[in-house]
Design a protein around this ligand. Structure first.
Ligand SMILES: Cc1cc2nc3c(=O)[nH]c(=O)nc-3n(C[C@H](O)[C@H](O)[C@H](O)COP(=O)(O)OP(=O)(O)OC[C@H]3O[C@@H](n4cnc5c(N)ncnc54)[C@H](O)[C@@H]3O)c2cc1C
Length: 472
């Protein structure tokens, strides 16, 4: 640990992929950086847990990007460590497996003739209503009903979305679903199926992805390794205050165990959750900014990993469980992503329980969570009780920014206030309150670094360059 007060060129708050990518680019350009990470290790949401001979991500993380530059960046870090993995995911619903991402035709045939007829009728009705009314599609429910009809919404979308977000679909903003299934509707899906125009699929629906042989955490490890001796990632180092004067951030206060340190810097990149950043400012942000920040919420996650004495449980990448009778929302088997994730002859299943800090799932004892998860996996035919070797439970705060209707305004209020600090750059998924996948998180970190590098020192006080967030 450095002296009680130390000066660094650039201070980076948060050691996930966004923070580490910013650090990587800055260090390569000869800037001195220090990354402050609250957790015991770097990597944030994209880290890989090593449990004896088993390895697993915090929910399987596939790497996929339409951006050639970001793909080259990751390939440059990992080289031949990267495997190309074929995606095969299913939704388990009404005791049937359906394709994931949802193939509406597969759903139509799977639900039976009467339900299929209702789906098509409802879809036609929804399209007619949408054309007539032309009201904005504000909520997830509005958006899905307009694009797929009410029956398909109720069968395929409602329960899973409510499980993920923990609030009714009428309160979830439509942007999230519109972004996830860009341009798709029941009509286009039917047309695509008949014309076999499958190569028109948006990138998140593609069939292959990249994955490091030893888990997604290798990206963060490689980024960290490349930082060089003058730069450091400080772990177990929680930022507890951000001090500013005369419209510039001057230093951050960091708690590490029972010690407190002050780090001064010229430039600051924040990838910690946006509302936290706003609350940590000293002197405090105006009341309306703090109130807006308090309204921005995240969805949290509990991961239950069960290590099994069997060679394989499924041949799938992910299985989605929309129904409320199953307590987790998604399961993956890391050995289908890379055979190096478990010792020979053994496998593991990772169940994702979506929750909120402080609720019953978050607060349940590890043994209870393991027992419930194992019982449901057994009921679903994915394991047998006598195969269970070990388990591990992890609680992940701020896993998903919660896009509740109205969030955009609160976000803008906070970000506009932060614009007043020209040497403070925000990046990353939680940092910008965006539904970013890894590629966008990396890209935003690189953009923050490049924005800092573009500045001439003499420009810093005279002129305010465009803030990074406007580019992302
Ligand atoms: C279950 C799940 C599955 C996913 N699957 C995929 C996938 O398949 N493909 C894909 O591309 N993306 C996936 N993602 C998204 C991906 O994880 C993120 O886009 C990416 O990891 C975000 O990186 P980040 O650096 O922006 O944020 P984070 O990883 O959240 O990093 C922020 C860091 O800040 C630290 N921090 C917070 N507060 C403080 C503080 N006060 N002081 C110091 N440090 C602090 C945190 O500990 C954390 O390490 C998934 C996400 C989840 C939750």
């Amino acid at each position: 640990m450095p002296d009680a007060t130390s000066h660094n060129d650039v201070i980076i708050l948060g050691g996930g992929l966004a923070g580490l990518s910013a650090a990587h680019v800055l260090a390569r350009a000869g800037r001195r950086v220090r990354v402050l990470e609250a957790g015991a290790g770097a990597g944030g949401l994209a880290r890989t847990i090593v449990h004896g001979e088993f390895r697993f991500d915090l929910g399987g993380h596939r790497f996929l990007t339409p951006d050639r530059r970001i793909e080259d960046f990751v390939r440059g870090l990992l080289g031949d460590e990267l495997l190309t993995v074929r995606r095969a995911s299913r939704i388990f619903l009404r005791r049937h497996h359906f394709d994931y991402p949802l193939q509406p035709l597969n759903a139509l045939f799977g639900v039976g003739i009467a339900a299929s007829f209702a789906i098509l009728l409802n879809y036609a009705k929804a399209r007619a209503m949408t054309r007539l009314r032309r009201t904005p599609l504000l909520s997830l429910e509005d958006w899905v009903v307009a694009h797929f009809g009410r029956s398909l919404y109720e069968i395929c979308f409602r329960d899973y979305s409510e499980k993920v977000w923990g609030i009714p679909c009428q309160r979830i903003a439509s942007e999230w679903i519109a972004q996830r299934i860009q341009g798709l509707s029941l009509g286009t899906a039917i047309r695509q199926a008949f014309s076999r125009a499958r190569n028109a699929s948006p990138p998140t629906l593609t069939d292959e992805f990249l994955y490091p042989r030893l888990g997604i955490g290798r990206i963060a490890e490689k980024l960290q390794e490349g930082l060089g001796q003058d730069n450091a990632v400080l772990t177990n180092a929680r930022v507890t205050a951000i001090r500013h004067r005369e419209r510039r951030v001057a230093s951050v206060r960091v708690r590490q165990g029972d010690r407190v340190h002050e780090f001064h810097g010229g430039e600051f990149v924040s990838t910690i959750p946006l509302p936290q950043l706003a609350q940590l400012l000293q002197p405090s942000a105006p009341r309306e900014v703090r109130e807006a920040a308090a309204r921005l919420r995240y969805r949290d996650l509990v991961i239950v990993a069960v290590m099994l004495n069997r060679a394989r449980a499924t041949d799938l990448t992910w299985i989605y469980f929309p129904e409320k009778s199953v307590p987790f929302g998604r399961v993956h088997e890391p050995t289908n992503w890379s055979p190096h994730m478990a010792p020979p002859g053994k496998t593991l299943l990772i169940a994702e329980h979506f929750c909120c800090r402080g609720d019953d799932i978050w607060g349940a004892r590890d043994e209870e969570l393991t027992a419930t998860t194992a019982a449901h996996l057994e009921r679903l035919g994915l394991m047998r009780r006598n195969e269970l070797l070990e388990s591990r439970v992890l609680r992940i705060p701020a896993a998903y920014p919660l896009f509740e209707i109205g969030y955009r305004g609160h976000c803008e209020t906070v970000l506009s206030h932060l614009d007043a600090f020209p040497n403070l750059h925000v990046a990353g998924r939680g940092g910008m309150f965006r539904y970013y996948n890894m590629d966008r998180a990396i890209e935003s970190g690189i953009a923050a670094a490049e924005s800092i590098l573009r500045r001439e020192p003499r420009q810093r006080s005279a002129e305010r360059p465009a803030k990074v967030r406007r580019r992302a």
